[in-house]
Design a protein around this ligand. Sequence first.
Ligand code: F6P
Length: 326
Amino acid sequence: MNQIQNIGIMTSGGDSSGMNAAIRAIVRTAIQHGIKPMGIMNGYQGMIDGHIVELKTTDVSNIIQRGGTILKTARSKEFMTAAGMEKAYQQLQKNNIQSLVLIGGDGTFKGAVEFFKQYQIPAIGLPGTIDNDLNGTDYTIGFDTAVNTAVWAIDKIRDTAASHDRLFLVEVMGRDAGYIALHSGIACGAEHIFIPEKNESIQTLIDTICDDQGRKKLTNIIVVAEGDEFGGALELSKIIQSKIPHIETRVTVLGHIQRGGAPSCFDRILASRLGFAAVQAIIQGRTQEMVGLVNNEIVYTPFAACVKLQKPISNDMLEMIHVLAR
Ligand code: F6P
């Protein structure tokens, strides 16, 4: 017999397309099991402030196709203090919330680990970040949409780059992770990809660009993750310009366009599956785990393991870039 009466649902950290689809799945699965879903607005800050509302099944109608998050989101510094956590705990008590379902990234799960140490409120997480930087899942909710948006944009940039024989640096998101850069770069046939996980030699880059010029390959697209070792596309372009000033160079920073928009079909299904599984996990008494999809199977991984190590980038993809772009 299920003892849980109310669960708190929260989105936290940077938003990602598909979070709404996840909220919808959690709300409707919970109601089906006789559990009352309570939406915690504005992430951990809303938990502290008691900004908590009951979600009915109709509250999540017409949102599966919408980007952003109806619960809004925030990054709360106050929650990381003892006083902030105490206030949050009091609010959960007041609203009779016995368990949490948290949709977010590494900051969200680190917060959950600390909160559990103090107050033992069970929590299950869903990976919601465009960065795809969490262990315990092949893909995070929002990554596929973000990559497709980046591909859409880079394809357009290639048209104009080719018309003018220019070198373009396109910066995509990813402070600590190069997944968006790697996937969008490969999908767009980028000549070079710069990611935080791997250092590149500037001299090799310059030599390759000059070699390309020599054999009349005059268009170059360099996809740069914002957190690459040189500090993003603008900084990298300055280095390139200082070494080969005769090559016309332009920079485009894609920015937050990658975070919004209608979620892709992949993200809607991923979010729905994970939301459904998260409620089942709560009912089974699981806690402090993230529900993810590995090899198309639902798996549960402890929060600490999801965020501990950098998610490895596949070596064959890294090797492939240099071969396919020549
Ligand atoms: O974590 C997702 C992410 O989009 C990162 O790729 C990016 O570095 C960061 O959030 C940007 O955060 P903000 O919207 O707070 O500037």
